[in-house]
Design a protein around this ligand. Sequence first.
Ligand SMILES: NC(=O)c1ccc[n+]([C@@H]2O[C@H](COP(=O)([O-])OP(=O)(O)OC[C@H]3O[C@@H](n4cnc5c(N)ncnc54)[C@H](OP(=O)(O)O)[C@@H]3O)[C@@H](O)[C@H]2O)c1
Length: 259
Amino acid sequence: MDLDLKGKCALITGGSRGIGRATALALAKEGARIAIAARGPEQLARTAAEIAALGAEVITIPADFTEEGASTRAVETAISALGGLDILIANAGGSFGAREHAEATEADWEKTFRFNVVHAVSALQAARPALTASGQGSAIFIASISGRAPATRGAQYAAAKAALIQSARSLAWELGPERIRVNTVSPGSILFPGGGWERTRAERPEDFAAFEANDFPWQRLGTDTEVADAITFLASPKASWINGADIHVDGGQRRPSIR
Ligand SMILES: NC(=O)c1ccc[n+]([C@@H]2O[C@H](COP(=O)([O-])OP(=O)(O)OC[C@H]3O[C@@H](n4cnc5c(N)ncnc54)[C@H](OP(=O)(O)O)[C@@H]3O)[C@@H](O)[C@H]2O)c1
């Protein structure tokens, strides 16, 4: 299937590693022009080189999305360098502070919400005129199955991802008249080089083996490319009637992990 992504301009936050990197590569393979934003310059440069090796145009944007204004600046930089924007993937996200409720501070909750929710909705606000001008604008927020099913610990992360899913559902209505689609992708536990699950596997091999055996219909975690392929389709004009949706890419895992 031709996804009709040739020449489309895409910004991927957190695009240097993991799901974001795999998504940037998948979009580049389809002929999209790519901007990736993250903190670490070395990993940004490595991923940009991989994208360029596919023959795609790529720019890197240093940014820390826990900082106020960072999303707006990153989007403005991408639009000015690429000359427009058709696809926004707000992928950077994660949790701050203690996983136990008794120990998590107000600052942990606020920073987790800023990183996951405020970063994404602010990026979309800044991108909106360009996505409207595109006529086929697609915004995708990367949430988590933790946003759908109760987590046993780390309530601030689960709550932030739930808020992200509901933000997208609501914004799909608000931006619909401008023909901008807004969706979330909710991955299950995803294993990739340099990621959190690789560290858990090395540190707690027995727990990890039990986790794989018991929590997944296929007795394995997902991969970054499996999530990226779903994101790439969703970003494309071929997904024109998928809007306000939360797409699970979890191999049937359905509930958050034991970590
Ligand atoms: N991996 C999983 O099992 C899983 C499961 C469900 C949902 N998710 C969600 O999927 C998304 C991607 O997670 P991931 O596990 O693939 O990757 P990750 O290891 O969390 O990092 C992804 C990217 O985000 C960048 N990043 C991290 N902190 C940042 C910050 N403060 N400002 C800007 N960029 C930042 C990283 O580069 P730098 O560190 O250099 O900045 C990297 O490019 C997240 O929203 C996560 O919550 C992941």
